[in-house]
Design a protein around this ligand. Sequence first.
Ligand SMILES: NC(=O)C1=CN([C@@H]2O[C@H](COP(=O)(O)OP(=O)(O)OC[C@H]3O[C@@H](n4cnc5c(N)ncnc54)[C@H](O)[C@@H]3O)[C@@H](O)[C@H]2O)C=CC1
Ligand SMILES: O=C([O-])CC(=O)C(=O)O
Length: 378
Amino acid sequence: MPALAPPATQHPAKVEPLRVCVTGAAGQIAYSLIINIANGTVFGPEQPVILQLLDIAPALEAMKGVEMELYDCALPLLAGIVLTTDPLEAFRDVDYAILLGAMPRRAGMLRKDLLKANVGIFQVQGAAIDAVAKKTVKVVVVGNPANTNALVCSHYAPSIPKANFSALTRLDENRAKSMVAVRAGVAVDQVKNVIIWGNHSNTQYPDVAHAHITRDGARVAVEEAIKDEAYLHGEFIKAVALRGAAIIAARKLSSAMSAAKAVVDHVRDWHFGTRSGEFVSMAVVTDAHAAAAYGIPEDLCFSLPLSIKEDGHYEVVAGLPVSDFARGKLDATVAELEEEKAEAFAHIEYLAAVKKAEEEAKTAHANGDAAPVAEVSA
Ligand SMILES: NC(=O)C1=CN([C@@H]2O[C@H](COP(=O)(O)OP(=O)(O)OC[C@H]3O[C@@H](n4cnc5c(N)ncnc54)[C@H](O)[C@@H]3O)[C@@H](O)[C@H]2O)C=CC1
Ligand SMILES: O=C([O-])CC(=O)C(=O)O
């Protein structure tokens, strides 16, 4: 579908616009997110943006409604809108790709139950990003199971550095910080350096062992402020990990407003960097450095504490002591991610075999041959 004419900017842009793709643009999270990209909350009040919005054909009308509302917001930083159902158009020349478009879970499901339904999307979109996005593009995967989808996406985009792919665990971090703030009786911005390790799933490890609060101007370790190890090693971890399910039980829909806010935080910090001495959690593709720092196998998409420079390059915060308790938690979430990875690539092979069998049957039909019996097992 051709790009729609961009809205006239209200003053000539002094800064080159950033191109930002949002997939699943007609969905729930997008509805809370897109306005924050277009009004300067994510990239700052001087940075124009061109939004490149992707969804599937049945959602095109709804996406057009979102576009109408964007015009109606009269946003001076919005330098253009592309609406499309074609990934090759959506990802063309983008600086950021925010991948929301995927099936959400419903009550009673685990996020990994979405793997078979969603992983193919990230294979296709990885290949499209590889073909047409800027080689410096930064990719944030939100669609679940987010870590494994991000890993798959990176595999199918071999010309883009692996460090440019991430999955969202900032929502878990925000949840954990809020719970600590309530328990310690401080404002949430006084809670720093809570870490989410591993998978955005029930095996994630929300860790306060290196976190602190600021109270009455003094810095206090969270463990010292809360003084309840049983809570911090039990109920707290469970409450953070199961928060998504609690929201689905209450809303009959998965979290969207808080997910959008977490994407805002994730992308803003990736764009502008983190403050000295502070770190944030993002799931990133592990390399030899992560392996050496925390014994995490290479080539998993694993949430880690990162410090991000102003130019967007990040480093894994190394050297944090890992207790026996923490080691057990890290190993459990590694094991789950390894299982998901194996299942994802096996399913992609299965999908390829089905496609090949279908194509052979079509060719045989066109040639007037008897259709071959396709035997493909899942
Ligand atoms: N990582 C995280 O912290 C969180 C992840 N999520 C996940 O984010 C995803 C999106 O959630 P919602 O916006 O609530 O779902 P939604 O169902 O409201 O919207 C999803 C949108 O994606 C579109 N879509 C489906 N396949 C697509 C494709 N191949 N290309 C482009 N668009 C496609 C759908 O048409 C729909 O408009 C879900 O997988 C959900 O589980 C949700 C909350 C937090
Ligand atoms: O729970 C879900 O399915 C949506 C999600 O990932 C979250 O809220 O953390």
